[in-house]
Write a protein that binds this ligand. Structure first.
Ligand code: NAP
Length: 490
C-alpha cells in the first residue's frame, strides 16, 4: 500500500494544474512536494528587477481561473506569485503541499508497482503515481568561465536575486543577453554608475504592448462575455506570433517577415551604426527565444552602458578579462546565464525505472522523447508535464492544461480498471516520435542561420524537442488520444 496515490513534484503552475485536475477527477489522495517555501515555481524563484511575463496575461493564466486583477497587459512577476497563491488557496491545495522539501531521487519498485521517492530529509515516500511538475527553467546555469567562483565582489544569478544588495552607484557587469537580461538591463541601467554588458550572441528584441489595464478593461474581465473576448483576442495573438511562426515557418508567409521587422526596430532604437551592428543577430528570428521590451535596445545609447562583444577569457579578482586583453572592473557581477534546459543533465533528480535505467540514461541512449510529451516507455506510472515534444511555444498554461488532462485521463483509467501499473506502449511512443521527426522540417529551427544562434532549444543530439503543432491540436489530442496506447496491468 503506497503512502499516497499520487506524488506531485513542484508547486509551480504545473503542479497546481495537476492537483486541480486530479481533484476534479475525484483523485484527492496526493501530496505536492516543493523545494521552495512558497508557490509559483519560476515566479517564486525569479525576482530580479523588471521580471514580468512576455505573453499577454489574458493567456498566461488558467482557462478555468481567469483573473480580473491583472494591473497591466503583461503582468509583473509579483502579480504572478500572488495569482499562484490565490489558486492554491481557492482550490484548497496548501495543506497538501510540503514546502522546503526536495526530491533527491525516485525509484520504481516493480514488485509493489509503486514509486519510492527519496527526499532531502532522508525520508522515503511511496506513491502509486509520480508526476514530475518540476518545470524546465529550474536549475540555474552558471557560466563555464575561469575564476567565476572567485570574483571578489558580489555575484548573483538572476534566478537567485539578492535584494539586500543596493546597486545604486555601483559598477555592475552582467553576463548574458537572453530574455532575462532584456528585462534586467533597462531596469538597473538608470541607477548604477556603470553597466558593462557582456554579449556572446545578440538577441532579437521586439516592442511590447505593455500598458496599464484601464478600469473598463478590468471591469470587462469580470463579465463572462468580456472575459471570453479578451481571451480569444489574446490567444489568437499568441498563436500567430509564437507557434504558427516557429512551428509552421516554411508554410507561413508572415513568419519570414519577422527579421525585417526586427532590423527596422533596431534602426529606430539604436543611433550608432557600429553599436547597432553588434546588437544585430545573425540568425533568423525564432531560432532562439526573442526578447520583448520597449527600452532594452535604447538602453545601449546611454553613456553609462557599455556593450562588450569580445569573448570573456576569465574573471580575475574584481574584473572581467576579455580575449583582447581588456579588463572591466566591477563591484557586482550578474549572471544572466539562464538554465539547464533540453538536456539530460537538466533533471532535478534521478528517476530510475524498473530495469534500473535512469531517465537521463534512457534519453542519452535513445534521444529525448516522450509520448505526447507526457510519458516514456519503460517508466511506468510516471508522467511529466513539460516533457520533450510537448511544448508548442505558446503560453505555458496551454501546455499545462493539455498535459495534465492527458495524465489525469491515464491515472483515472488505471483506477477504473483497478490497474496498479500503467505504461505507454513502445509502439505508441515510436509512432509519436516518428510523427515529430516527419513534421519537424517545417519548423524555423532547421534554417541554416540557426547554427549561429547558440540556442538552448537544440539538445546535444542537435534535436529540438519542441512539438511541431499548434495549441488547438495539442489541446485536442490530450482529450482524444487512444487510451489503448497505454498498457494497464497489475
Ligand atoms: P538564456 O536565454 O539561456 O540566456 C542566457 C544568456 O547567457 C545568453 O545570452 C548566453 O549566451 C549567455 N551565456 C551563457 N553562458 C555564457 C558564457 N559562458 N559566456 C558568455 N555568455 C554566456 O537565459 P534567460 O535569459 O534566463 O532566459 C531563459 C528562458 O527563460 C527564456 O528563454 C524564456 O523562456 C524564459 N524567460 C521568460 C521570460 C518571460 O516570459 N517574461 C523572461 C525571462 C526569461 P548565448 O546566447 O551565446 O548562449
Amino acid at each position: 500500500m503506497a503512502d499516497y496515490h499520487t506524488l506531485i513534484v513542484g508547486a509551480g503552475f504545473s503542479g497546481i494544474g495537476t492537483a486541480v485536475n486530479l481533484d476534479k477527477a475525484g483523485l484527492r489522495d496526493y501530496l505536492i512536494v516543493e523545494a521552495g517555501d512558497g508557490v509559483g515555481g519560476t515566479w517564486f524563484w525569479n525576482r530580479y528587477p523588471g521580471v514580468a511575463v512576455d505573453i499577454p496575461s489574458f493567456s498566461y493564466q488558467f482557462s478555468f481561473e481567469q483573473s480580473p486583477a491583472w494591473s497591466r497587459t503583461y503582468a509583473p512577476g509579483r502579480e504572478l506569485r500572488a495569482y499562484a497563491e490565490h489558486c492554491v488557496d481557492k482550490y484548497r491545495l496548501r495543506s497538501r503541499i510540503r514546502f522546503d522539501t526536495e526530491v533527491s531521487g525516485a525509484m520504481f519498485d516493480a514488485d509493489e508497482n509503486l514509486w519510492r521517492v527519496e527526499l532531502n530529509t532522508g525520508e522515503v515516500i511511496t506513491a502509486r503515481f509520480l508526476v514530475n511538475a518540476s518545470g524546465v527553467l529550474t536549475i540555474p546555469k552558471l557560466p563555464d568561465i575561469d575564476g567565476v567562483d572567485s570574483f571578489s565582489g558580489v555575484t548573483m544569478h538572476t534566478a537567485r536575486w539578492d535584494h539586500t544588495q543596493d546597486l545604486t552607484g555601483k559598477r555592475v557587469a552582467i553576463i548574458g543577453t537572453g530574455a532575462t537580461a532584456v528585462q534586467v538591463i533597462p531596469e538597473i541601467a538608470p541607477i548604477v554608475q556603470q553597466l558593462t554588458v557582456f554579449q556572446r550572441t545578440p538577441i532579437w528584441c521586439f516592442p511590447k504592448f505593455d500598458v496599464p489595464l484601464p478600469a473598463a478593461a478590468r471591469w470587462a474581465m469580470r463579465v463572462p462575455g468580456g472575459r471570453t473576448l479578451h481571451r480569444l483576442l489574446s490567444q489568437a495573438y499568441v498563436e500567430f506570433t509564437f507557434p504558427l511562426a516557429a512551428q509552421y515557418f516554411t508554410i507561413n508567409p508572415f513568419a519570414k517577415r519577422a527579421d525585417a521587422a526586427g532590423r527596422a526596430y533596431l534602426r529606430r532604437e539604436v543611433r550608432d551604426p557600429v553599436l547597432r551592428d553588434k546588437l544585430t543577430p545573425r540568425y533568423a528570428v525564432g531560432c532562439k527565444r526573442p526578447g520583448f521590451h520597449n527600452t532594452y535596445l535604447s538602453t545601449f545609447n546611454r553613456d553609462n552602458v557599455a556593450l562588450v562583444t569580445e569573448p570573456i577569457e576569465k574573471i580575475t579578482g574584481s574584473a572581467v578579462a576579455t580575449a583582447d586583453g581588456s579588463t572591466y572592473e566591477a563591484d557586482v557581477l550578474i549572471l544572466a546565464t539562464g538554465f539547464k534546459v533540453m538536456d539530460v543533465d537538466a533533471m532535478t533528480f534521478d528517476i530510475t525505472g524498473p530495469g534500473g535505467q535512469t531517465l537521463s540514461a534512457f534519453w542519452e541512449e535513445h534521444r529525448m522523447q516522450a509520448y505526447e510529451g507526457v510519458s516514456i516507455p519503460g517508466f511506468p506510472n510516471y508522467f511529466t508535464v513539460m516533457g520533450p515534444y510537448g511544448y508548442v511555444g505558446s503560453s505555458y498554461f496551454a501546455l499545462i492544461e493539455a498535459q495534465t488532462h492527458h495524465l489525469v485521463r491515464c491515472i483515472a483509467q488505471a483506477d477504473r480498471r483497478a490497474a496498479h501499473r500503467v505504461e505507454v506502449r513502445q509502439e505508441a511512443n515510436d509512432r509519436y516520435f516518428a510523427e515529430m521527426m516527419r513534421k519537424r522540417h517545417r519548423q524555423i529551427f532547421w534554417q541554416d542561420s540557426c547554427r549561429n544562434a547558440n540556442s538552448y532549444y537544440f539538445d546535444r543530439n542537435g534535436d529540438v524537442p519542441l512539438r511541431p503543432a499548434s495549441t488547438p491540436e495539442a489541446y485536442w489530442r490530450s482529450r482524444s488520444f487512444d487510451l489503448d496506447d497505454y498498457r494497464f496491468t497489475g
